[in-house]
Design a protein around this ligand. Structure first.
Ligand SMILES: CCCCCCCC(=O)SCCNC(=O)CCNC(=O)[C@H](O)C(C)(C)COP(=O)(O)OP(=O)(O)OC[C@H]1O[C@@H](n2cnc3c(N)ncnc32)[C@H](O)[C@@H]1OP(=O)(O)O
Length: 194
């Protein structure tokens, strides 16, 4: 047995998440972390162009309009695209904790079909932290922020060092990011994490 657990339920000795003192204020838009990100980047024509806002505590909200390029069945959003929207919203919680973390496990429930042109109202929060593991949940509602839940997810994100990206990303993109002052500003926001 490896002993590694990928359970989505926090262990009994997990602690509550802590909002970083320099987290964006509630209501503030959290800009794209990378222009070429399929979830939030403005440079990806068929991307999700998710707009995320900081919420209270360790919580974010986001909106995603389903477009024709996001179809699975005729006129309906592809399930993988909806999982991406949930994943990206959950990833944005990094800005509230100022901890860099990547998706380790993401479990998605598809509750209602989501037609093209629908705006998905997303909401994500961290529920607990245990060592490098960040337990979080997200929902996507249709018809408004208080509308019925169409998709939901439970996830474990794992804290990583910046080297995770520098050592594993394709060198061309890493070099481009490291020579772009705007991108370096994004990176530095995480370097000051105590
Ligand atoms: C800048 C942010 C952008 C955000 C964009 C949106 C989010 C994303 O899509 S991120 C991209 C998708 N994710 C990835 O590419 C991650 C790929 N996976 C990896 O790189 C590695 O498996 C990684 C870093 C997650 C874990 O590897 P490693 O650092 O060696 O972890 P390891 O030491 O084995 O485990 C650390 C802890 O995490 C737990 N863990 C590891 N993997 C998982 C997993 N898949 N599920 C649940 N728990 C896990 C382990 O059980 C261990 O827990 P404990 O401390 O209690 O023993």
């Amino acid at each position: 047995m490896s002993g590694r657990t990928t359970a989505l339920t926090p262990p009994a000795d997990a602690r509550p998440p802590v909002r970083h003192p320099e987290a964006p204020a509630p209501g503030e838009v959290i800009g794209a972390h990378y222009d070429n990100c399929f979830g939030c980047g403005g440079g990806v024509p068929h991307g999700l162009h998710l707009e995320v806002r900081a919420g209270e505590g360790v919580r974010v909200t986001a909106e995603f309009r389903v477009r024709e390029a996001h179809q699975g069945a005729p006129g309906l959003a592809h399930g993988g695209v909806l999982a991406t929207a949930l994943d990206e919203t959950l990833g944005s919680l990094n800005w509230l904790t100022r901890v860099i973390a990547v998706t380790g496990r993401l479990e998605t429930d598809y509750v209602l079909p989501v037609p093209v042109d629908t705006v998905l109202h997303l909401d994500a929060e961290v529920s607990a932290v245990h060592g490098r593991k960040i337990y979080c949940t997200a929902t996507g509602r249709i018809g408004g922020p208080e509308g019925p839940v169409a998709v939901r997810a439970d996830a474990v994100f794992i804290e990583v060092k910046l080297e995770h990206f520098v050592n594993n990303g394709r060198p061309a993109e890493i070099k481009a990011v490291l020579s772009d002052p705007d991108q370096l500003k994004v990176v530095r926001a995480f370097e000051v994490n105590p």
